[in-house]
Design a binder for this molecule. Sequence first.
Ligand SMILES: Cc1cc2nc3c(=O)[nH]c(=O)nc-3n(C[C@H](O)[C@H](O)[C@H](O)COP(=O)(O)O)c2cc1C
Length: 143
Amino acid sequence: IDEEHKTTQNLLKTKAFTVALADKEHMDVADFFGIATGNKMNDKFERTGYTAVKSEFVNAPIIDEFPVVMECELAEVSETESFYCIVGKIINTAAEERVLSENGKVDPSKLQALIFDQFQHGYYVSGEQVGKAWNAGASLMKK
Ligand SMILES: Cc1cc2nc3c(=O)[nH]c(=O)nc-3n(C[C@H](O)[C@H](O)[C@H](O)COP(=O)(O)O)c2cc1C
């Protein structure tokens, strides 16, 4: 994440931030957040018509409309010649009921989260489970 971004400057001040997962339904606003900068556009958030509410867990706002949000404390800032990196400690994860499975955990097939692809500059929808982790390769463990 670029050090000059408004987002970066804000989270360095508050020592907290939230990460929202966007779905197809909210793609236009998610993309707009990536095009516009709060450094030049004073009403960047207001013009989306979205709702910001204060997190109960960290000193940062949550955007109500996105289906999943991770509320983070700023844990570490790492800087090298090639990157400026923010590491967060997740204090709480909040999700809309409609994206939860029966066990109360986020179900990616319901979430249909957007994936940003660097090759084609496209947005794709994720959600197809193609295997089980710690299981798909298990047969190779047996001799
Ligand atoms: C699809 C997409 C991906 C982006 N990825 C990054 C990224 O990985 N790191 C980064 O610093 N900026 C990235 N940006 C650019 C910032 O989102 C952009 O500079 C934005 O204006 C910063 O807003 P702010 O200054 O209000 O925080 C991306 C933008 C888009 C549209």
